[in-house]
Write a protein that binds this ligand. Structure first.
Ligand code: FE2
Ligand code: FE2
Length: 135
């Protein structure tokens, strides 16, 4: 799996959210490096927990901005966040209880969920927020 790199398609044009997306990508890259370099289960679990914490925080920030500005797609967007988080939590739970987790496959899934989400649904709130003076 290649490292995640910031590219133009990832920008949502709301600075705080762009910064948080950058931090999410760094957290995922750190997890990836730990897996590739044979980090133990404890280290990998710790990094995955950090990624989950940050993901929760980021989703809450986004939903708060959407709520504040009356973004009409909030309910659908929230459902997408729940579904991504549920999948990560399920994988973390399996890892924690020693069930077989193919870490490289999990990393690929994480990357796909986040990139698809940031380049897809997250692009929709940018113009709405910009029009209301949030950038
Ligand atoms: Fe996001
Ligand atoms: Fe989002």
């Amino acid at each position: 799996m290649t490292l995640l790199t910031w590219n133009h398609a990832c920008r949502v044009r709301v600075r705080a959210m762009d910064d948080q997306h950058g931090i999410l990508m760094d957290a995922m890259n750190e997890l990836r490096l730990a897996v590739v370099h044979g980090g133990g289960r404890e280290q990998v679990s710790k990094l995955l927990d950090q990624l989950i914490e940050f993901t929760r925080m980021h989703f809450a920030s986004e939903e708060h901005l959407m709520e504040q500005s009356g973004f009409p797609g909030l309910a659908d967007h929230r459902r997408l966040h729940h579904s991504i988080l549920a999948q990560i939590l399920e994988a973390a739970h399996r890892l924690q209880y020693g069930e077989g987790v193919e870490m490289r496959a999990l990393l690929c899934s994480l990357r796909d969920w986040f990139i698809e989400h940031i380049e897809g649904a997250d692009q929709e709130y940018g113009p709405w927020l910009n029009d209301r003076g949030i950038d």
